[in-house]
Design a protein around this ligand. Sequence first.
Ligand SMILES: [Zn+2]
Length: 459
Amino acid sequence: MEVDLLIENGKLVIPKGGVFPACVGVVDGRVVGIFDSPDGISARQRIDCKGCHVLPGIVEPHVHYGYRGNLKGNFGTETASAALGGITTVIPFYRDILNPTSLYEDIPRVRALGEENSYIDFSFHLLLITRNQLKNMTKYVKEFGITSFKFYMAYKGKDSQSIGLTGNETDDGFLFDAFSALGRMQGVVACVHAENIEVILSLVDKYQGEGRQGLRTWSECRPNFTEAESVHRAATFADVAGCPLYVAHVTTKESLEELRLCKSRRQKIYVETCPHYLTLNKDYPLGNIAKVNPPLRSEEDIAALWRGITSGLVDTVGSDHCPFLKEDKEGTIWDAKTGFPGSATMLPVLLSEGVHKRKVALERVAELMSYNPARIFNLFPRKGTIQIGSDADFCIVDLEMSKRVNHEMLFSCSDFSVYEGWTLKGWPVMTIVRGKTVMKDGKIAGLQGHGRFIGTNQV
Ligand SMILES: [Zn+2]
């Protein structure tokens, strides 16, 4: 047999399939065979993975590009940063920053911008905030190939100004109508940012009035129940509407309990958490840098999230990557922007804190970070696994490699990392997208413009 590329000498990690030594043959960017031995296979290129594990490429379900008006630049630097972290497909939450109520006529342009500048593959979630946008959902699915829609339960009313979201019509009626419309469609999913902003704004007024400051205050004006209550409400609407629901960045033990109940009655509901909610508590000494929504929580919540990782209650891990600069984080806790970068450190954090420290199975990590997001967002089996016919997307991991995090080695345009100074054990050493090496030994080896838009209505 003759192949373009043979990945040999590594241990394959196939979600739901096991961990075993094998070689993978690639022709024209797709997997054509999985072999016990390289004997008798001639290959134009061979990659020796001695001592390493070969995971399916990581599918990063949660990033934000273009918040500082630099979408084009972000498709370059932030997909390079993602590739450093073993990510082969990224799904940005797209919204029109300058014109939030637009009907998204510019999606073909945005998609072209991504294909000209991205190192890795991508698709989109689309933020919907007006009834006119809701009316266009079928068009977004059929013409734009987007099947995942995001709804903000936070950032409505007065709070929408904090992220420049003018004209946001979201309220409970809007959500229920949107979920009902999606419930009548096939192969679509609703995503929510679940926080009860009315209660939060009232607490913000109170704490601001009392002159309170600091990261802990940010957490305390968004208490656990404000998330859990919103999760319950969104889950109820989605259940009645028959709409699959993806709950982004779940942070509390109370929300997990709500979600466990939903899953026990077989509701189609998916749970995402983020590396920072698994590792940093509300007293973490980073100040404004670690300001994020939902906020950092307690050690008890962190422990509950790890239990969810192990038990299967948590379906995916996404980074909620927001490539802000330190200058965006200046001022009081009330002034600073919310969010921080995370794509590049997402897998190393899970390997170090999960696989090494808490004995989470590597196969489970591949399930959480590749197989599950690919399935939930209609990218499977093209993405999310290693099988004949799948895209040749691989993340080759050295579990024994230790590196100290320094934001400069992460390639993001962001000038900080919440993990700065942490020594993480377990790093991707090579990232391969459709048979082409994009990252090798911590350096970018691919080309901008290699990334392709993957329409999720046709995989
Ligand atoms: Zn987000």
